[in-house]
Design a protein around this ligand. Structure first.
Ligand code: MEV
Length: 442
């Protein structure tokens, strides 16, 4: 076990790596060589990545793949996806192709409202607090003009500030519940800067407000922070087709397919244990695009799962039903995304991913991400109700096992053919692989 280390962040990258190697690596030379193997040869590019975070020691690669053939509102898209899970991009591509032949995806944005809150404590007369708030409200806006000027020029900014009494939940707890339009920016910095300014203004003004007693003048600011829960910043994506056109699965005839699909989604709506996994499949698509486009997938994850619980219990994010002779499948997702600011200008691959998407606005990106989620969900549920998930997964997994075994291209080709009609299990691949190698040596 290492002793606490002082001033670690001040060490050079090499010193940090040596410290790590001394304390943790079983094979120092190999460990250090491995870290350095992942450094970029281009020193400037490496420095850019080093400076994204503190204490960078190397880069951690994720594959960046693309899923082509997405028809969204009549326009073709190729969607970039950064993800390590082997079946995700293949599944997205298959779903895109399936719906390309059936009219594609239809999407729209329902709202773009972002939220931030100043949480504070006030002990005193509530009517006086309300009057005070109404008095200083214009000041809250005017004292943030330095922060909001540029955003306002482009049509965005603070849309509302509300005083909320939360004393039923917690003694003396109130908040300024604020809404924002941050246009093409995710807006975290903008929102947090505004909120911190509101908090300063609230405290200062309260301390000088003649109608307050001394105790009432002493408003306690607890914190000022945006909310990652954005139930009014959502995109909707939908696919629909004639039930008769659901005709690609050998295992199920179109009507049986539609009914089983709707039932599977109904189970995810009713049963939280299933809903979590159902939604995880959706997030396979969502996170991969969010990450490739330099957005904050933790923020999206947190907000999406809160949204999935908005009716009181955790439920499916997607819905499916039969309407006359049509099958309909849709999703609504809260997505606070940006296509300007943050990593979008800094990370060369993020810039390129946005270029692949034809440099979308934030609203366009929200719709593309919702489509990625719906497509992924379609692919997963389709597999689950027909062949089962393992067939496709294990095919992709086969390549991972072969890579672990350092298989040659010839061996990979041989085993891809060998397992084409066989079930892939880890132990079978290992056994067959060594038997094949031994045979080749003989
Ligand atoms: C695996 O990453 C995702 C699935 O489990 C999703 C689902 O069950 O719907 C296949």
């Amino acid at each position: 076990m290492s002793k606490p280390v002082k001033g670690f962040s001040k060490l050079t990258k090499e010193e940090k790596i040596n410290w790590l190697a001394d304390h943790y690596f079983s094979d120092k030379k190999n460990g250090i060589a491995l870290l350095m193997q992942y450094w970029n040869e281009d020193a400037k590019l490496q420095q850019l990545h080093d400076e994204f975070i503190e204490n960078t020691i190397t880069n951690f690669y994720l594959p960046l793949g693309v899923a082509p053939n997405f028809l969204i509102n009549g326009k073709m898209h190729t969607i970039p996806m950064a993800i390590e899970e082997s079946s995700v991009v293949a599944a997205a591509s298959r779903a895109a192709k399936f719906w390309l032949k059936r009219g594609g995806f239809k999407t729209f944005v329902k709202g773009t409202e972002k939220i931030g809150q100043v949480h504070f404590l006030y002990e005193g007369d509530k009517t006086k607090l309300n009057t005070f708030f109404e008095t200083i409200k214009p000041l809250l806006f005017s004292k943030t003009t330095d922060i909001t000027r540029n955003m306002a020029k482009r049509g965005g900014g603070i849309t509302n500030i509300e005083l909320r009494d939360k004393t039923e939940a917690l003694d003396n707890y109130f908040q300024l519940h604020c809404t924002f339009n941050t246009l093409d920016a995710m807006g975290a910095n903008f929102i947090n800067s505004c909120l911190e300014q509101f908090a300063r203004c609230l405290k200062d003004e309260a301390s000088q407000y003649d109608l307050f007693t001394d105790g009432e003048k002493d408003i306690q600011i607890v914190m000022s922070i945006l909310s990652n829960y954005v139930p009014d910043c959502t995109a909707v994506a939908e696919v629909r087709c004639k039930i008769d056109d659901l005709d690609e699965d050998k295992e199920l005839a179109p009507h049986a397919f539609a009914e089983k699909f709707v039932r599977a989604v109904a189970i995810a709506k009713a049963e939280p244990f299933r809903a979590v996994t159902h939604n995880k499949g959706i997030m396979n698509g969502v996170d991969a695009v969010v990450l490739a486009t330099g957005n904050d997938f933790r923020a999206v994850e947190a907000g999406v799962h809160a949204f999935a619980s908005r009716k009181g219990s955790y439920s499916s994010l997607s819905d499916a039903w039969i309407e006359g002779d049509e099958f309909v499948f849709n999703i609504e997702l809260p997505l606070a995304l940006g296509t300007v600011g943050g990593l979008t200008k800094l990370h060369p691959l993020v810039k390129l991913s946005l270029e692949i998407l034809d440099n979308p606005s934030a609203e366009e990106l929200m719709q593309i991400v919702a489509v990625a989620g719906l497509a992924q969900n379609f692919a997963a549920v389709r597999s689950l109700i027909t062949t089962g998930i393992q067939k496709g997964h294990m095919k992709m997994h086969l390549m991972n096992i072969l890579n672990q075994l350092d298989a040659t291209p010839e061996e990979k080709a041989h085993f891809t053919a060998f397992f084409k009609d066989r079930t892939v299990t880890h132990s079978d691949v290992i056994r067959e692989f060594y038997a094949y190698r031994e045979n080749m040596i003989k």
